[in-house]
Design a protein around this ligand. Structure first.
Ligand SMILES: NC(=O)C1=CN([C@@H]2O[C@H](COP(=O)(O)OP(=O)(O)OC[C@H]3O[C@@H](n4cnc5c(N)ncnc54)[C@H](OP(=O)(O)O)[C@@H]3O)[C@@H](O)[C@H]2O)C=CC1
Ligand SMILES: N[C@@H](CC(=O)OP(=O)(O)O)C(=O)O
Length: 343
């Protein structure tokens, strides 16, 4: 078993990380960190537990530490980070320099040239960028990232379509409130409403998807040439981001071929990867957040509503934003690091 720590363990994503790591076959939770206000308290004193399963007994009496290299034990090799991005930008490089391998969910440094941005089923080979990073920065540890939750939902479906020559992608999202965190959107703002703006989200979808589907040539990731434009919207669902995608391809492709290609797209064999990565539906009104977000224990992507367009195909896709889109994505990346010998 590998001793691991969770940075930002008291937050919404931190609690999901505890849910996923407590029963994990390869990882043992050894350290929990949070802000200076929580340091020194037991986890049950520091965390307002809001997850949908009880707080595991094994973490209740762990003393929460500060989030800095001196406060984290030497027995820990892997850190899962769910810090606010400003805090992540300050402390994650120090932790990697101090020898820890950091699998981070926070948005800072996702687009840095020597930081791998990984979805294991899509671009596991980009992990080789860690060797470039260690050479460049002289680190014994490492920093890798999972993408933004809306990007993770769409990219596996695009990866399945790329064989037909992806040229252009247009996407409009309907995002759940959990993506904004517990205090992110008030009930007065979102009930009986939809908010057609999520700061920075569109730019993240446009840039991260081209890095994820790019080619790693041993030195850098050459971005995919497709053109991506996004429009992001908040709606009053709790979990599960639904997205309407228009993808234009250089080759002619039928809706049936697209559905078959997504359905056949291979999953990985890591402990947290779902048996089937993309579930496809024939029913035109699926996937739906409430019905489909928990497929594959929240780690699968769903797609449906396939329709021919002038330049390619239109479809809808969905994933659980705080599992596949956040905590589960970081855990999967940790499993990949272990399998590939980076721990
Ligand atoms: N992949 C994705 O798309 C998603 C990513 N996220 C990202 O994950 C991160 C966490 O989000 P979420 O869990 O909702 O946030 P929360 O606000 O719920 O939790 C933040 C955590 O960080 C800790 N923290 C706050 N300030 C500091 C500090 N100065 N030093 C150390 N620790 C600090 C908090 O500790 P304390 O309790 O002591 O304040 C808490 O544990 C964010 O970067 C968010 O953008 C979130 C959802 C989806
Ligand atoms: N912005 C996302 C969640 C998030 O925190 O994304 P990021 O990890 O890119 O900051 C949402 O609101 O649903």
């Amino acid at each position: 078993m590998v001793d691991v720590g969770i940075l930002g363990a008291t937050g919404a994503v931190g609690q999901r990380l505890i849910q996923l790591l407590e029963p994990h076959p390869e990882f043992d939770i050894a350290t929990l960190t949070a802000s200076p206000a929580s340091a020194g308290k037991t986890y049950k004193e520091a965390a307002k537990w809001r997850a949908d399963t009880p707080m595991p007994d094994s973490v209740t009496d762990i003393e929460v530490t500060a989030t800095d290299p001196d406060a984290i034990g030497d027995d820990v090799t892997l850190l899962f980070s769910s810090l606010p991005s400003g805090v992540g930008a300050e402390v994650e490089p120090d932790l990697a320099e101090a020898g820890y391998v950091v699998s981070s969910n926070s948005s800072n440094a996702r687009m840095a040239d020597d930081v791998p941005l990984i979805i294991p089923e899509v671009n596991a080979d980009h992990l080789g960028l860690i060797d470039v990073q260690r050479d460049d920065r002289g680190w014994d540890g490492a920093l890798l990232k999972n993408p933004n939750c809306s990007t993770i939902t769409m990219v596996p479906t695009l990866a399945a379509l790329d064989q037909y020559g992806l040229e252009s992608v247009r996407v409009s999202t309907l995002q759940a409130v959990s993506g904004a965190g517990y205090s992110g959107v008030t009930s007065m703002e979102i009930i009986d409403n939809a908010i057609p703006h999520i700061g920075g989200e569109e730019q993240k979808m446009e840039s991260e998807s081209r890095k994820l589907l790019g080619e790693f040539n041993g030195a850098e990731v050459v971005r995919h040439s497709m053109d991506v434009a996004a429009s992001c919207n908040r709606i009053p669902t709790i979990d599960g981001h639904l997205e309407n995608v228009w993808a234009d391809t250089s080759d002619d492709v039928t809706p049936d071929e697209v559905s078959a290609a997504m359905s056949a797209y291979p999953s990985a064999t890591l402990p947290s990867s779902p048996e089937r990565l993309i579930h496809t539906f024939e029913e035109p009104d699926r996937p739906q957040p409430r019905l489909d977000r928990n497929r594959g224990d929240g780690m699968a992507v769903s797609a449906g509503g396939f329709r021919r367009t002038e330049g390619g195909v239109q479809y809808n896709c969905l994933a659980h934003n705080t599992i596949r889109g956040a905590a589960g994505a970081s855990v999967l990346n940790g499993e990949l690091l272990l399998e590939e010998g980076y721990l």
